[in-house]
Design a protein around this ligand. Structure first.
Ligand code: VAH
Length: 313
């Protein structure tokens, strides 16, 4: 039985439905701090209201379903984290600690997403290597580096099978992102369809790694199913699918919606965060150790996003 925390978030919404298709609905327990999201996730299998800060409730849910794997997605993202650093530290670290303690006591495996946010201005920005300097300048990034170290600690000290992926910006048609810096890459598609115009809060030339959600979901499942003896790294693997700046996704959308227009109104907070992150990751270790291989590039993602969103809107 697999417990997914933050199941109504951007990753969780798509992950729950994909894993219920693969493993059977009753084996995927979706949980979220409140019932504010996809009816399909809530109604297609077991659902629990769960605040990961409540360790007794976490253990109660673990026992109720005899959980043997936890995918811990509940977290505060980069931009929201900068507006409330104390909350970001508290949830991202103490929530993770509670999950790791439950996993230690119940012998569960754990997946925790990390992020390109673990890298800062001192890190090589192009083809950022798997093993390199990690001195992030956001509270979110600090909590993700500490989270990677805590997960590796639980693996070495208690043999808790923890694995993680350093995700780039994730783009999904099913659920909106929850207050990150890469959110523009999702909003631009919605605005292109609804208003044929988008005002971007990041400047031209702001390169960041990005990935279409189906590739992220496949990455989580492939990593969790891979042979533990092949993993030289655990928390967490660099993975990416593409690197682009706002003008590139604008141009790609324009191929489908010729009248689409974009202008810029820079948000200094998110611009500074984006500037501190890599332009492009090197994900060779993930490719070599467990066969990571994304399917969607900017062109395929844009075609699929516009098709799926047009049906939804
Ligand atoms: C954020 N979408 O912007 C998240 C992610 C790499 C970006 O961590 O905070």
């Amino acid at each position: 039985k697999i417990l997914i925390t933050g199941a109504l978030g951007q990753i969780g919404t798509e992950l729950v439905l994909a894993m219920r298709d693969i493993y059977g609905s009753d084996n995927i327990i979706a949980s979220n701090i409140r019932m504010n999201g996809s009816e399909e996730v809530i109604n297609s299998g077991p659902f629990e209201i769960l605040d990961v800060m409540d360790k007794d409730r976490l253990k109660e849910v673990g026992q109720k379903y005899k959980v043997d794997s936890v995918i811990h997605l509940a977290a505060i993202l980069s931009a929201v984290g900068e507006s409330n650093p104390t909350l970001a530290w508290d949830i991202n670290m103490n929530g993770l600690f509670n999950v790791l303690e439950m996993a230690r006591e119940h012998n569960c495996s754990v997946f925790v997403p990390s992020s390109i946010a673990v890298f800062g201005n001192d890190t090589p920005k192009d083809s950022t290597p798997q093993d390199t300097l990690q001195r992030p300048s956001t509270m979110y990034g600090v909590s993700k580096v500490a989270g990677e170290l805590l997960c590796d600690y639980y693996y070495k000290k208690y043999n808790v099978d923890c694995r993680g992926l350093r995700f780039p910006g994730l783009i999904s048609y099913m659920a909106l992102p929850g207050g990150g810096t890469t959110d523009y890459a999702v909003h631009i598609y919605h605005e292109a369809i609804k208003n044929k115009k988008y005002t971007c809060y990041l400047n031209q030339g702001t390169y960041m790694d990005m990935m279409y959600m189906p590739d992220a979901i496949n990455g989580i499942i492939s990593l969790m199913e891979s042979d533990t003896n092949k993993l030289k790294h655990r928390n967490a693997f660099n993975v990416t699918a593409m690197s682009f700046a706002p003008e590139h996704v604008f141009e790609e959308i324009k191929k489908h919606i010729p009248e689409f227009e974009m202008d810029y109104s820079i948000d200094p907070v998110r611009q500074e965060i984006a500037n501190s992150w890599p332009n492009s990751l090197n994900d060779n270790e993930a490719r070599e150790q467990w066969g990571w291989k994304p399917k969607y590039d900017l062109s395929l993602m844009t075609k699929d996003m516009l098709e799926k969103l047009s049906k939804k809107v």
